[in-house]
Write a protein that binds this ligand. Structure first.
Ligand code: ASP
Length: 186
């Protein structure tokens, strides 16, 4: 039962296509016991989701209020653009530094303009996985095998594909359809 519940969380995708276009998409049901009308970070561009061809694409999951305050996704891209640090370094510093320092828990998936991948989190775990255009699993994290099994609730990180935006939304669309099939109507 507990295991099943874990799969109904936020899903996100980032992608890079063969021309270097970057895209990010995030979908969430929000936080447990959230207030009516609450808007989390996931739909806020710059907070939980951001993509910029000059730097990287970021999708986030975690305590949204803190991601909004730290403008996490944009902060990672801005550090790459302005400080010339790598996206992986920027993600690590923001997730374990700026975000953690204000009390925020969660993580991000990132693909940068060169196709370098990063999956950073300050929580015990984050379901995650990555594939390339030939269907190879590139990074296998905790239960990431389930990417192949198409189980919802994973962060899917994709790169090297023809059309990044289509891929990101197709991945999310597929996962969302699975989630709605699995979830009880409320
Ligand atoms: N970030 C989401 C929100 O605050 C929740 C989550 O990722 O689990 O709405």
């Amino acid at each position: 039962q507990q295991e099943d519940i874990a799969y109904f969380g936020t899903v996100g995708a980032v992608a890079r296509d063969k021309d270097g276009n970057l895209a990010a998409a995030t979908s969430t049901g929000g936080m447990t016991n959230k207030r009516w009308g609450r808007i989390g970070d996931s739909p806020l561009i710059g907070a939980g989701t951001y993509a910029d061809n000059q730097t990287c694409a970021v999708s986030a999951t975690g305590s949204g209020e803190y991601f909004i305050r730290a403008v996490v996704a944009h902060e990672i891209c801005a550090r790459v653009r302005l400080s010339k640090v790598s996206a992986a370094e920027a993600a690590r510093d923001v997730i374990h530094g700026k975000l953690k320092d204000i009390g925020g828990d969660g993580g991000v998936i990132v693909v940068d303009r060169n196709g370098e991948l990063s999956l950073e989190f300050n929580t015990d775990g984050m379901f995650r996985g990555a594939r390339d255009s030939r269907g190879r699993d590139l990074l296998i994290g905790r239960v990431a095998r389930q990417v192949a099994a198409e189980v919802a609730g994973l962060h899917v990180l994709v790169f090297g594909l023809e059309r990044a935006q289509l891929v990101a939304s197709a991945v999310l669309g597929r996962i969302e359809r699975l989630v709605s099939k699995l979830q009880q109507p409320c």
